[in-house]
Design a protein around this ligand. Structure first.
Ligand code: ATP
Ligand code: MG
Length: 616
């Protein structure tokens, strides 16, 4: 019996064109070009499986067709994103992807993004860019629309195609040159308190947590560097999976997690003092370009070699050189060097550095003193004594002469008082790695995991509003630069990250929320009218309960249909065949079940499927 309320709701739904039923589609009427072989260049599991399962097709380097299955899943991701963004008080809009280039020049992002920014010249000779993100465009739009603090705060977002001319587009949708992103931008007159940036930032953090939880993803929230987008505080949302490109470090005690660029390292004891391990010995190392080559050639292990890197400070900050030194088995971290010296640095231009007197490729810490540079040394490299061995630390490094290195370098003997001058800084300037002391708890160490970055939130501050002159009047009539935040989600990358996280040898294993269809009905004999009628009826019942259903009505061998079913990864599978029908039902199996399917009576199928969803 239908209640009056339900009647009204139905009427309202039909008037508003909303629909509560799931979709029913037939395999023969959609395009799912499954394949046995993965593309030769594909390495990432998601790349191989999404192509093999007929979700995506390569058009060019980093450019893909989203075929019907992928588009369904992408719409489910965007649907969840929209729900949670709207619930968090953000408002959707759409900006153009094509933008006049001068916007990027104004904020210097043409330089920061470098070759990643797509540029194109139109018929009038005007240069345009294809947007990698939309800070400039939205700031310009807001500048033309908002004049007073009374109109703020606002948080606007879009789900849109982005373009980045990535140096190495690879791994299918994980790193495309054209990809789908949800990007949101918030605008405030203050950082703290009600209506301030940090309040919205926290709301976005919660919204993102809801989004990725609802998507069925196993993820971590990690502290991150802001990168070319700029700004201060920033967190990344990483899908945990061993095949991920990003390294996540976690404190074993506090739960603190950070990406490798951001993660600090706890206290490490250091001292330049200690007797030399012997006379300085110069050894020829002709044509040795890499640490590995030199290490092998001079028979010294990387932890006993100093890696010396020359960086430059830009003219705006007074110019000059920085010589950064880490142990050769460690990686230099430019962000940390910037924090240590207080100015942004960049790798030195080789020609200019050579002209200044640096023997690039063979530089030793002594070059800081002889050429004139700030010397920044990581604590693990600032060791006079090898305390573990109780003897002087054996160091090899460049000889400051082309094609030569030195053995038995000793800090105090080689650099003397320079080490005590203001030109020498000892600071954490390398990437953290597993086993390092935690920056958050004394005695705890860091562990390492891998992940795929699917979301990134930033407290931008006034970087864009100042550069673009977006000022609004405050309560006292003063005009101040607007404080901004920005919040991105890689929608197409999330689809691929989900596959990285959830697959087996036979194919994709979709979580219910992102599956293109919830239920796959495989009909064994498509020319049997009774079988097809059962499929249609079952699908109808399921659709009314909100399930999206795909009916495999292809004229194909059962074996190959089952293989495809595994490959495309629909969570619930119903098989209609004589054997089960003789017992009054159909075979029910979940994608994650390994054994035989169960027979479910025709009248109980929808209930059984609802049970399966609720027990997930
Ligand atoms: P990455 O470090 O992986 O290059 P990013 O930090 O430069 O990414 P953001 O500027 O933070 O990326 O962009 C927001 C989100 O857009 C990212 O968290 C990611 O999910 C997605 N994204 C960025 N670049 C790509 C790409 N080339 N292909 C697919 N998704 C991308
Ligand atoms: Mg990012």
């Amino acid at each position: 019996m239908t209640t009056t309320q339900e009647c009204c709701a139905d009427q309202a739904n039909s008037m508003l064109s909303t629909r509560r039923f799931g979709d029913i589609q037939r395999w023969s009427q959609t395009l799912i070009p499954t394949a046995k072989e993965a593309p030769a260049d594909a390495e990432a599991p998601s790349h191989k499986l999404l192509v093999r399962a007929g979700f995506i097709r390569r058009v060019g380097a980093g450019i893909y067709d989203y075929l019907p299955l992928a588009w369904r899943t992408l719409n489910k991701i965007s649907g969840i994103v929209r729900d949670e963004m709207n619930a968090a008080g953000a408002c959707e809009m759409l900006m153009p992807a094509l933008e006049p280039f001068e916007f990027f020049e104004g904020t210097k992002r043409d330089v920061d993004y470098g070759d990643n920014l797509f540029r194109l010249t139109d018929r009038h000779g005007r240069v345009n860019a294809l947007a990698p993100t939309h800070e400039e465009i939205i700031t310009e739009m807001m500048k033309g629309s908002i004049a007073s603090y009374k109109q703020l705060p606002l948080n606007l977002y879009q789900v849109q195609t982005k373009f980045r001319d990535e140096a190495r587009p690879r791994s299918g949708l994980l790193r495309g040159r054209e990809f789908i992103m949800k990007d949101a931008y918030s605008f405030h007159t203050k950082a703290e308190g009600a209506g301030g940036l940090t309040e919205t930032y926290e709301k976005m953090r919660t919204a993102y947590t809801n989004i990725f939880t609802r998507c069925g993803l196993d993820f971590s929230i990690v502290e991150a560097e802001a990168g070319p987008i700029g700004g201060s505080a920033s967190h990344e949302f990483m899908v945990n999976c061993e095949t991920g490109e990003d390294t996540i470090l976690r404190c074993s005690k506090t739960g603190y997690a950070a990406n490798v660029e951001k993660c600090g390292i706890g206290e490490r004891a250091w001292s330049f003092d200690g007797e030399p391990s012997g006379d300085l010995e110069t050894v020829p190392t002709p044509g040795m370009a890499s640490i590995e080559d030199v290490s092998k050639f001079i028979k010294v292990k990387a932890p006993n070699m100093l890696k010396t890197i020359v960086l430059s400070i830009d003219a705006e900050h007074g110019g000059g050189w920085v010589v950064a030194v880490v142990r050769a088995d460690h990686e230099v971290n430019e962000g940390k060097i910037k924090d240590a010296i207080g100015f942004p640095v960049a790798m030195a231009d080789e020609t200019e550095a050579k002209a200044a007197g640096f023997a690039i490729g063979f530089v030793s810490p002594c070059a800081a003193k002889t050429v004139g540079a700030k010397l920044v040394v990581d604590p693990d490299a600032a060791q006079g004594m090898d305390t573990a061995k109780g003897k002087p630390y054996f160091w090899a490094t460049g000889a400051d002469t082309h094609d030569h290195h030195v053995k038995r370098f000793n800090w105090r003997r080689e650099l003397g008082d320079f080490l005590d001058s203001e030109n020498t800084i000892v600071a954490d300037i390398r990437n953290a790695r597993a086993g390092d002391p935690s920056p958050k708890a004394a005695g705890a160490t860091l562990t390492e995991g891998r992940g795929v970055e699917v979301g990134h939130i930033f407290q931008l501050g006034t970087k864009y509003s100042e550069a673009m002159g977006f000022l609004v009047q405050d309560e006292s009539g003063d005009r101040n630069a607007v404080i901004m935040g920005c919040y991105g989600i890689g929608v197409s990358r999330t689809l691929a990250a989900c596959v990285e996280m959830s697959h087996d040898d036979n194919g994709i294993v979709w979580p219910m929320a992102l599956a293109p269809y919830h239920v796959l009905i495989t009909v064994m004999k498509i020319d049997n009218e009774e079988h097809m009628a059962h499929a249609t009826n079952i699908a109808k019942g399921l659709s009314e309960a909100g399930f999206d259903v795909l009916i495999d009505d292809r004229d194909d061998r059962p074996g190959s249909k089952f293989k495809d079913a595994d490959l495309i990864g629909i969570p619930i599978r119903l098989t209609i065949g004589d054997k089960a029908l003789d017992q009054g039902g159909v075979e029910f199996k979940q994608r994650t079940d390994t054994g035989k399917g169960e027979i479910v009576a025709l009248g109980s199928i929808t209930t059984r499927c609802i049970d399966a969803v609720s027990s997930q």
